[in-house]
Structure formats: structure tokens, C-alpha cells
Design a protein around this ligand. Structure first.
Ligand code: ZN
Ligand code: ZN
Length: 74
């Protein structure tokens, strides 16, 4: 477990993020062990359905090509 400098996912406030490891040979994939947020308010936003939907949309836009390929197989 190590701490790294990072930014709150919601408001970009500088925070320390708990990291498991660099992700090498580990299931954590080098991702933070907790949501990278600075406060309970930002945590609530981070966990809200609206925010999840927004992120899911961004994610699907980024990987649109592979998603379209998958849908064609159905
Ligand atoms: Zn924040
Ligand atoms: Zn790890």
C-alpha cells in the first residue's frame, strides 16, 4: 500500500490516493484502492447514478468501435 499524489475525480482538488501497487501481476491493475475523491460530498457525487451514467457514456464513446463490433455479432 502506498500513497500517491492525485486529484479528486469530481472537483480536481489535490489529494493523496491510496494505491495497492503499480498493478504488475496484481488484480488491482494499478488503480486506486478507493474512489479518488476529497470529501464526502464528492464521494456522494462519485457514487451517484447520474455520475455513473455520465462515465459509462464517456467510456462507451471511447470504445464505440469495439462495442459496435460486439453488437454485430448478436
Ligand atoms: Zn472533491
Ligand atoms: Zn495491487
Amino acid at each position: 500500500m502506498s500513497k500517491e499524489k492525485g486529484f479528486c475525480e469530481i472537483c480536481n482538488h489535490e489529494i493523496e490516493i491510496n494505491m495497492c501497487c503499480n498493478g504488475n501481476m496484481c488484480g488491482c491493475m494499478g488503480l486506486p484502492t478507493e474512489p479518488p475523491v476529497c470529501s464526502e460530498e464528492c464521494y456522494d457525487v462519485f457514487m451517484s447514478k447520474e455520475y455513473r451514467d455520465k462515465k459509462a457514456k464517456e467510456y462507451s464513446e471511447r470504445f464505440k468501435v469495439s462495442i459496435i463490433t460486439h453488437q454485430k455479432n448478436n
